[in-house]
Design a protein around this ligand. Structure first.
Ligand code: SAH
Ligand code: SF4
Length: 345
């Protein structure tokens, strides 16, 4: 059955024509779909026969809250959603001074296999549809009762490994007839699929591209991230340059600091050489320890020393504040815990 929330207005129009309905209904239905409705019967300005026809023709996805944790420290909310096929995904709602940011998942699990990440422990189950990514935003807004103004594609999954659906989601969520979150308020984080970064550059979107770099040398990066064997650092950096040339958007680099693996002073020096002259920004994050991984977070002193070397080299770097420290907002943790508890997810 076609998932109706994954459809654009034009696609809805096509579907309505097949039902002998007027094309103007498409916008009306689209607007309903971008609210957290739970059934077609709530679309009260549509005729009963049309609502019944839509119900027969389409699947209206409604994620259920399986678990929810609220941080007592900063109010960050972490959701575990149960999807229509009983798979589960996580999202996080963070409150900043400039607004609320939704961190959403793009896949159930992930196949990239990064050594430090809880999301990849069980591999990839399936990709999410555009509508299922949108649902996370819609139903977080509904449950928390606050509007979302920014979106980060930094939950479970590799967004560029689900390219078509993620792109469609970006177009849906930024559509003026929907919740209309501007592309400049959306960040896409990737482990570095260089070929897809180049493809994305050619779409000329105004997204912020965030690269999970985590190490400046191929030896260390390949140990942390198997994707580096396919797309080594030099190729990844060329793709980032191309992205900037095509879109004019500065790229940001995530750098998770692992003790003794990616936090050594020579690596800070190497990172300076790598990023010198490139418009961008580095976010240093102390690694979140994950049970399955031997990698440990860097000490506060080595993070500070690393940051100093970068700044001396002319590279701006911020140490990211960890939100929701008491609810363990690291991606993939809630779902993994649920899987370990033996639930049939
Ligand atoms: N797959 C994409 C987006 C989801 S992961 C990517 O890898 O970029 C979102 C971010 O969380 C990435 O920067 C990822 O490297 C980081 N991350 C994953 N596990 C982490 C951990 N244990 N500690 C710190 N950062 C982690
Ligand atoms: Fe996948 Fe990103 Fe986790 Fe790597 S860090 S396993 S790419 S979700």
């Amino acid at each position: 059955m076609t998932e109706i929330k994954s459809l654009t207005i034009e696609e809805l129009r096509g579907g309505l024509a097949a039902l002998n309905e007027k094309p103007f209904r498409a916008k009306q239905i689209f607007r309903w779909l971008h609210q957290p409705v739970t059934s077609f019967t709530e679309m009260t300005d549509l005729s009963k026969p049309l609502r019944a026809a839509l119900d027969r023709q389409y699947l209206l996805t409604v994620p259920q809250i399986e678990r929810k944790q609220v941080s007592a420290v900063d109010g960050t909310i972490k959701y575990l959603w149960r999807l229509h096929d009983n798979e589960c995904v996580e999202s996080v709602l963070m409150h900043y001074r400039h607004g609320n940011t939704a961190c959403v998942s793009t896949q159930v699990g992930c196949r990239m296999g990064c050594a430090f990440c809880a999301s990849g422990v069980f591999g990839l189950k399936r990709s999410l549809s555009a509508g299922e990514i949108l649902d996370q935003v819609l139903f977080m807004q509904k449950d928390a009762g606050v509007p979302v103004s920014n979106i980060v594609l930094m939950g479970t999954g590799e967004p560029l490994d689900n390219y078509e659906n993620v792109l469609k989601f970006i177009r849906l969520v930024s559509c003026p007839e929907g919740i209309c979150i501007g592309q400049r308020h959306i960040s896409l984080s990737t482990s570095g699929l260089a070929d897809k970064i180049e493809e994305l550059a050619r779409e000329h979107l105004q997204l912020t591209l965030s690269i999970s770099l985590h190490a400046p040398d191929d030896g260390s990066r390949s140990k942390m991230m198997p994707v580096n064997r396919r797309f080594p650092i030099a190729q990844l950096m060329r793709a980032c340059e191309y992205y900037f040339d095509m879109t004019g958007r500065r790229v940001s680099y995530e750098y998770a600091m692992a003790r003794g693996v990616s936090d050594r002073p020579w690596q800070a020096e190497r990172l300076v050489q790598l990023l010198r002259g490139r418009p961008g920004h580095v976010n240093l994050i102390p690694l979140n320890p994950v049970k399955e991984s031997p990698l440990q977070p860097s000490t506060v002193e080595s993070v500070r020393r690393f940051q100093q070397i970068l700044e001396r080299g002319g590279i701006t770097a911020t140490v990211r504040r960890r939100l929701g420290p008491d609810i363990d907002a690291a991606c993939g943790q809630l779902r993994r815990r649920r899987l370990e508890e033996g639930e049939s997810l």
